[in-house]
Design a protein around this ligand. Sequence first.
Ligand code: SF4
Length: 416
Amino acid sequence: MDNNYFVDSDKLSEAALEKKHRLENDPSSRTDHMQYMEGMEQISSDIRERVISEMKSYDYSKYTPADVLRALRHDTCSVEDFKALLSPAAEPFLEQMAERARLETQKHFGNTVYLFTPLYIANYCENYCVYCGFNCYNDIRRMKLSMEQIEHEMKVISESGMEEILILTGESRTQSSVEYIGEACKLARKYFRLVGIEIYPVNTDEYRYLHECGVDYVTVFQETYDSDRYEQLHLLGHKRVFPYRFEAQERALMAGMRGIACSALLGLSDFRKDALASALHVYHLQRKYPHAEISLSCPRLRPIVNNEKINPLDVHEKQLCQVLCAYRIFLPFCGITVSSRESESFRNGIVKIAATKISAGVSTGIGDHESKYTGKEADEAGDEQFEINDGRSLKKMYDDMSGEGLQPVLNDYLYV
Ligand code: SF4
């Protein structure tokens, strides 16, 4: 790819700046975001078509309070009921929705809450997502950890008691190859019982290799399911290809992964439509792959380094709470993760209502766990992807969750 501008240079070249300007201002300079690039596997699946057509025809303004109350009376929530619960007509019924969501969560998950931590091992990225601090045109400190550094970070994290780790990279195949990620996952297997990855989407054979290296589950955020908006936000790189990204979870399941996670980044586009599409993505995958452990995340846009170009569309805590309660009522068995982008008080509340998993001891920088966990200064660290809102350590989170009457779970899966 010709967009590897960040390597060995802090400053963008004239040519790079010119290309960036063209991409931003001239849509004809961009590639077709619906066309698979060379080497991208195409699978036979109708899930994308089903999700997108449901989302496009969703007119949330037509739902009334009577539709919402009817949805809440039903034992099983249909797609139509879910649409009513996501609509503005449901906002005055948030308390009833929260109560119903709480009952569903208790029925299927008891009072457990799962804890995990993310580990960023690289922040190189070949994509130009205009809303992200790691994008290839952003002038940040780039870094990729060596295997020795990764193992050191993992040791520090595992000594805190954490048993589940989510390994993240920016999306650069050149800098963070599948083999590099695979080796990191083999190391992770030595220190953790559960290993997830959040990396660039890959083909089925590569997911199979990563699974053999010890990966249990794969998280891919679609960011937005509105393909026109997606085109305007992802201007360059492999990520620009909308269908290849959409099918990543299915390729991961075909490759034998135990679990997958889906999500939109709420605030990039119409959040009600994106929430509908995210849940329908899960719904159809669960029907096609009933054995799979499927979960949803619900991140909102956060402020990022060097980027004032994107204005998050308003998704306040009240709307986020509505979305989460609707997810829980529609998909009672689905894991729901709430990240450290959200505040301590919001996370403390939502784990008692709808969410089942939260991160702790989080750093979105590269190579700075030792400094954050022990106070010892890091020799070198890469910049953070976004600002976190809830910086509680594992111990503090564990104590707080216990104090809320919940049972924190570090792992519920044993390899025999
Ligand atoms: S959102 Fe992901 S792919 Fe896009 S620029 Fe950021 S790190 Fe890269």
